[in-house]
Design a protein around this ligand. Sequence first.
Ligand SMILES: Cc1ncc(COP(=O)(O)O)c(C=O)c1O
Ligand SMILES: N[C@@H](CCCC[NH3+])C(=O)O
Length: 444
Amino acid sequence: MYHGPCKINELGHLEIGGCDAVELAKEFGTPLYVMDEECIRENCRLYKENLNSLYKNSDVIYAGKAFLTVEMCKLIEEEGLSLDVVSGGELYMALQADFPAKRIYFHGNNKSYDELEMAVRHGVGHIIVDNFYELELLRDITSKLSGRKVKILLRLTPGIEAHTHDYIKTGQIDSKFGFGLENGHAFMAIENALSIKNVKLMGFHCHIGSQIFEKEPFREAADIMVHFAKMVEEKYGFKTQEIDFGGGFGVRYTEEDKPLEVRDYLETLVESVIESCEKYNLSAPKILIEPGRAIVGEAGVTLYTIGAIKNIPGIRKYVSVDGGMSDNIRPALYNAKYSAAIANKAKWPAEETVSIAGKCCESGDMLIWDIDLPKIAPGDILAVFTTGAYHYSMASNYNMLPRPAVIFVRNKTARLVVRRQTYEDLLSYDISLPSAAKAFSASV
Ligand SMILES: Cc1ncc(COP(=O)(O)O)c(C=O)c1O
Ligand SMILES: N[C@@H](CCCC[NH3+])C(=O)O
């Protein structure tokens, strides 16, 4: 059974970052997002060192949408990666964490005037422009904030169908993201961008999808992007300095998942860029990549406490946990599959097939269907693996459930990086009842 970054200690408990998972649940409560800091740092180095050794003129940009907290911004800074943010909120967090603005890449398919102005004012390194509307906003903002220059990449849809869930495909023509290559929009965007005085077009971006297990889509993307850059050079004399290939590198959720080695993904991409540059006679551009899931996905484990158990003989045993779709929307949204274990019975043999239910009032709030586990009882601690990416960042307060705390573990030490929400937090935005919120929190 796949156990993510966990080991089993002498008590027969799961251990993560040298900390006993059962003790973590006691100390910090459940549900709890546990992030193995060493694992995140190793992944950062794996991507950075591999890409750098294959191709000097390159950079790894961590996609913050996967998991972002102030501590995470600091970690990314320390590891020397750049940072992709996708909203004013993520940008604000990065700036508050003192992340160097020059190393920030600002994404999004509908950035507002205020968000773009904030980015330009703070000297964000690159803006990845997604549409014509945004170019007009930038024309206006840069002329108002005269003297402020901004580097941009244009996001393109290269027309590639990656074999992944429909909701996480992004490279195909029929997509809300980016400028189409085949319909001439990309050329129109270039002409537009080159006409804006304080905007410096650096190159192009694509992101073909997420949780990809094959090399071929990356090879294809590289060829299409380099070929496009050559056409642009011939048509406008414009020299592409940078091509950003986005993220999408797959990770393991269950034993059926077979992600490639990091080196394999990167070799394919780099070799293909080099070959295509030779084929089309183009000067080699800087290569950028934006892994998100691959940096944090497998580093995360969510701990839950088992509560109600409903057995329907001959049909199914529903085992409910104290969280659910509010802290992990992925099974409901993508039919995502997970591995799990009972942290306090990690050495016990599997004895029954159960289904893990969340506590939200939705029949679809099922975290795992049909998983073999040891005999389970209320109070047991369930650990769900590979919950580091798109879990905390996609959490909600559905059913007014407070969001779980986030802890980092490393070298047998756990530290709280985001505290658990309280009931008072939940009411703190409801301006009709400020005094009721205070009174209520005092009574719980
Ligand atoms: C533009 C862009 N870059 C990077 C990523 C990160 O993708 P992943 O987490 O699959 O590496 C995403 C999300 O899919 C994205 O939309
Ligand atoms: N949120 C998605 C992937 C989309 C990433 C952002 N473009 C997931 O959990 O798998």
